[in-house]
Ligand binder design. Structure first.
Ligand code: S3P
Length: 438
């Protein structure tokens, strides 16, 4: 652990034209599907962050020949649906919930045993949500008593298709079941309470699988093989978010974000910020490998507080730490409800954000499933990200509108999703310094 701190001076404006790194969700899936496909999958724009690299390393350990990443290019020599090999040691997935939940589905269906482990944050996150449906499918998974990792996945016997009603809106759980469903006899069906990111379904189709989506019901027949394909990963809208919010709150800002993934299940940030009064222009729209992308042009404009529509919550699930900063800079009150999932992310994002905003002079009150924030003047002070990458980057942007310096502790995990954040933020106009003590 390096123990990285961000020290961000007040003021600054964001400007220029930048491209943030590749989408994390799509990067993970490119390795997983490329590994079990027949043939060589070539990926460009792969996110070289710790989370997606944890997935890449894990599949190498499972016997897949993977070249790269080099400048975002990765070549995966797929081993086919049944070609993965046992690895004697536990696979270390670091901080990455996506790796653990999706891989538990895929590995539950293999004829060998695997153990999946993570860092102290990941080992506290709920895994019963994947263990329950996988057990119903015939898998055997031994967890810690409270349903947390490490997960010991026993060699699979017969994997059966299920018809599963998701108890919460979770793309990770949906994807986990679909990946296990590839190995099941019969058709696996997942019903979602609300739409969640559909990258797994889109990418499976790109690999030649038939996946049927009818309203909120997704189904897939087991035994389908995957054919290698090329994948061009768009920029991550979740990383673009820090610049969307930064430019929206900072006076005189004017920034273009290039080639951002605009999948309709991910664009809650654009809808919510526009409802708050932000100026976001979308141009150059195209579809690349089944995923929509566009350039976003954001200029500063005063924001107002809103009641965030609950149907936007799953579509902006990773963006709330940054949205709370926008709310702190808006005129009036912002209210979020129906977002209890935020409490089980890389940190309890409701509490950690409320605590940080309070330290910075903002009236923010946490509630069991959301938060109430009164717009006001951000002051200065020292906040803790609790090792949560998105909280660290959100408080960094808050300095654009603060009265004094903001110090953010525990920023190492920015490396999980956005290793070039400090460099890009600095070159766009944020007055940020990074300090590490080994
Ligand atoms: C992800 C799904 C979401 C999201 C996470 C990435 C994915 O998690 O928060 O960062 O790639 O499927 P949940 O499924 O827990 O909502």
């Amino acid at each position: 652990m390096k123990n990285t701190k961000f020290i961000v001076s007040p003021g600054g404006t964001l400007s220029g034209s930048i491209r943030v790194p590749g989408d994390k969700s799509i990067s993970h899936r490119s390795i997983m599907l490329g590994s079990i496909a027949d043939g060589v999958t070539r990926v460009s724009g792969f996110l070289e962050g710790e989370d997606s690299l944890a997935t890449l390393k894990a599949f190498k350990a499972l016997g897949v020949n993977i070249e790269g990443p080099e400048n975002g290019n990765v070549s995966i020599h797929g081993v086919g649906l049944h070609g993965l090999k046992a690895n004697n040691e536990a696979l270390d997935l670091g901080n990455s919930g996506t790796s653990m939940r999706l891989m538990s589905g895929l590995l539950s269906a293999q004829k060998f045993e695997t153990t999946l482990a993570g860092d102290s944050s990941l080992n506290q996150r709920p895994m019963k949500r994947v263990i329950d449906p996988l057990t119903q499918m015939g898998a055997t998974i031994v967890s810690e008593d409270n349903g947390t990792a490490p997960l010991n996945i026993k060699p699979a016997g017969q994997i059966n298709a299920i018809d599963y009603q998701l108890p919460m809106a979770s793309a990770q759980v949906k994807s986990c079941i679909l990946l296990a469903g590839l190995y099941a006899s019969g058709t696996t069906t997942v019903t979602e309470p609300a739409p969640t990111r559909d990258h797994t379904e889109r990418m499976l189709r790109g690999f030649g699988c038939e996946v049927i989506t009818e309203k909120n019901v997704i189904s897939l027949k087991g035994g389908q093989s995957l054919t290698a394909t090329d994948i061009d990963v768009p920029s991550d809208i979740s990383s673009a978010t820090f610049f969307i919010v930064g430019a929206a709150i900072a006076k005189d800002s004017d920034i273009i974000l290039q080639h951002v993934g605009m999948n309709p299940t991910r664009i809650g940030i654009v809808n919510i910020m526009r409802a708050m009064g932000a100026s976001i222009e979308i141009s150059n729209e195209k579809t690349i490998g089944g995923e929509p992308v566009a350039d976003l042009h954001i200029v500063h404009r005063p924001l107002k507080g809103i009641h965030i529509p609950t149907d936007q919550v799953p579509l902006a699930i990773d963006e709330f730490p940054a949205i709370f900063i926008a709310a702190a800079c808006a005129e009036g009150e912002t209210v979020l409800t129906g977002a209890e999932e935020l409490r089980v992310k890389e940190s309890d994002r409701i509490q950690v954000m409320a605590d940080g905003l309070n330290i910075l002079g903002i009236d923010a009150e946490s509630q069991f499933d959301g938060i109430k924030i009164q717009g006001g003047q951000l002051t200065q002070g020292e906040v803790d990200s609790h090792g949560d990458h998105r909280i660290a980057m959100s408080f960094a942007m808050a300095a654009l509108r603060a009265q004094g310096e903001i110090t953010i502790n525990n920023c190492d995990n920015v490396q999980t999703s956005f290793p070039s954040f400090v460099h890009l933020a600095k070159s766009s106009g944020l007055i940020i310094r990074e300090m590490s003590s080994e």
